[in-house]
Design a protein around this ligand. Structure first.
Ligand code: NI
Length: 169
C-alpha cells in the first residue's frame, strides 16, 4: 500500500522515533509499504516518520529500484564510524521542491537490524553514505535543512509558510 508522504510542518518529522522491538508480520507489511511508497515518490530513502509512523525504521535503495540487491532495511540503525567529507545537493520527500548543499561523510559504517531483526553492519560511500546519514537523521527528528546556513534555512521556511497560506503545501 502506498502511503502519502508527510510534509514539513508535521511534528512527527521532528520527533525522535521509538525503537523497533517487534519484527512480526505487521513490520514486514510496513517495510513492504515503505519501499512501495518510496518508489512511488521517486525517492532513494524513506524513514517511517515520513509516513506518520514514529519508529526507528528506514528503507534505502540508491539504485532506484533497478537492483533488487540494493534494497536496504535499517531498523534501529546507529552510525559507528565515519570517514572523509562530501558536499552535494540534498533534498527530502517531506520538503518537496527545495534542495541545499549539505556536508556529509564520504564513508559511513552503520550497525542496524534487518526486517527479521538480524544484526548487520554495512559500509556505504558517496550517495549511500549520504542516504544513511539523511535517514538516520530522520529517525532522530532532524531534517536536512537543519544542516543548511541559517540564511538558506530561513528562506526555505519562509517560502513554505507562503505555500501553506496559499493552500499549496
Ligand atoms: Ni528526507
Amino acid at each position: 500500500m502506498i502511503h502519502p508522504i508527510v510534509k514539513y510542518g508535521d511534528p512527527v518529522l521532528e520527533t525522535p522515533g521509538k525503537p523497533v522491538d517487534k519484527f512480526d508480520a505487521e513490520l514486514q507489511t510496513l517495510v513492504a509499504d515503505m519501499f512501495e511508497s518510496m518508489y512511488a515518490a521517486n525517492g532513494v530513502g524513506l524513514a517511517a516518520p515520513q509516513i506518520g509512523i514514529s519508529l526507528r525504521l528506514a528503507v534505502i535503495d540508491v539504485s532506484n529500484g533497478k537492483n533488487p540487491e540494493a534494497k536496504i532495511v535499517c531498523a534501529n540503525p546507529e552510525i559507528t564510524h565515519t570517514e572523509g567529507e562530501q558536499r552535494e545537493e540534498e533534498g527530502c520527500l517531506s520538503i518537496p521542491g527545495f534542495r541545499g548543499h549539505v556536508a556529509r561523510p564520504q564513508f559511513v559504517t552503520v550497525r542496524a537490524q534487518d526486517a527479521s531483526g538480524k544484526d548487520y553492519e554495512m559500509r556505504g560511500e558517496k550517495l549511500l553514505a549520504r542516504a544513511f546519514c539523511h535517514e538516520i537523521d530522520h529517525l532522530n527528528g532532524i531534517l536536512f535543512i537543519t544542516h543548511l546556513s541559517m540564511l538558506k534555512r530561513d528562506m526555505i521556511k519562509r517560502k513554505i509558510r507562503k505555500l501553506k497560506k496559499a493552500g499549496e503545501w
